[in-house]
Design a protein around this ligand. Structure first.
Ligand code: FNR
Length: 215
């Protein structure tokens, strides 16, 4: 897959082949009365030095006024098992389902594990999608940033994630795309994310704000 344009940084592929403004944005009422949206961030890595987590934290720092973003921890969730969902599910599942249900949208920051989504993230997706008929994700807008130390930018994970979320009735933002490759080279000597990467995140979040406000 070749990027048609690059945004901000040579290692960040963000396709901008059309205006990132959503076609539905002309709804005057929504434009005037847009309120702050509560966005849950899910990070697909539990690693202490996770590049995905660092990108998620940087995104919170540069978030536009219209978004209130918070990382939802998913590392303590028991593995999904339908047998545990018969009347008295684990408290960690109940908490996650409430958080997801009360969110206005979702942002995913994920690495790629063996060309797919890490198990910890898939587990959280499955937990909040059940019990059957009570899919907590439904109808809320999402977006994904995939971050990898490889030059492919975790493209495979991003699209596997999209597949699940589309099934779960989460309209996923289509443009700009965010496949962040060579992530380990995007930090300065002090370990801070470089400014052009932060600028890219801001551009991405501006587009996501417009996307969220169409729902
Ligand atoms: C990886 N990694 C990896 N990278 C990639 O681009 N494609 C892949 O399929 C895989 N597969 C894979 C499997 C497993 C089990 C591990 C542990 C790692 C490398 C991965 O992208 C790299 O470790 C990232 O830095 C992980 O993201 P965090 O933890 O830095 O956020």
């Amino acid at each position: 897959m070749l990027p048609l344009a690059m945004l901000g940084h040579s290692r960040i592929w963000g396709q901008t082949n059309r205006d990132i403004n959503c076609p539905y944005r002309n709804n005057l009422y929504k434009r005037i009365f847009m309120s702050k949206k509560h966005i849950s961030i899910l990070v697909g890595s539990l690693r202490a030095g996770s590049f995905n987590r660092q990108f998620a934290e940087a995104a919170i720092q540069v978030a536009p006024d219209g978004l209130e973003m918070e990382i939802v921890e998913i590392g303590d969730l028991p593995l999904f098992n339908e047998d545990l969902d018969q009347g008295n599910p684990p408290t960690e599942w109940v908490r996650l389902r409430e958080r997801i249900k009360n969110s206005d949208g979702f942002l995913f920051f994920t690495p790629e594990y063996n060309r797919s989504v890490p198990a910890v993230l898939k587990n959280a997706i499955d937990v909040a999608s059940r019990p059957y008929g009570q899919n907590a994700w439904a109808g809320k807008p999402g977006a994904v940033v995939s971050v990898s130390i490889s030059s492919l930018g975790a493209f495979g994970a991003s699209h596997h994630l999209r597949q699940s979320m589309v099934f779960l009735d989460v309209p996923m933002m289509q443009q700009p795309e965010a496949y962040i490759g060579d992530a380990h080279e995007l930090f300065d000597k002090e370990g801070n994310l470089q400014q052009d990467s932060k600028d890219f995140l801001r551009t991405f979040l501006d587009a996501y704000t417009a996307w969220v406000n169409t729902f």
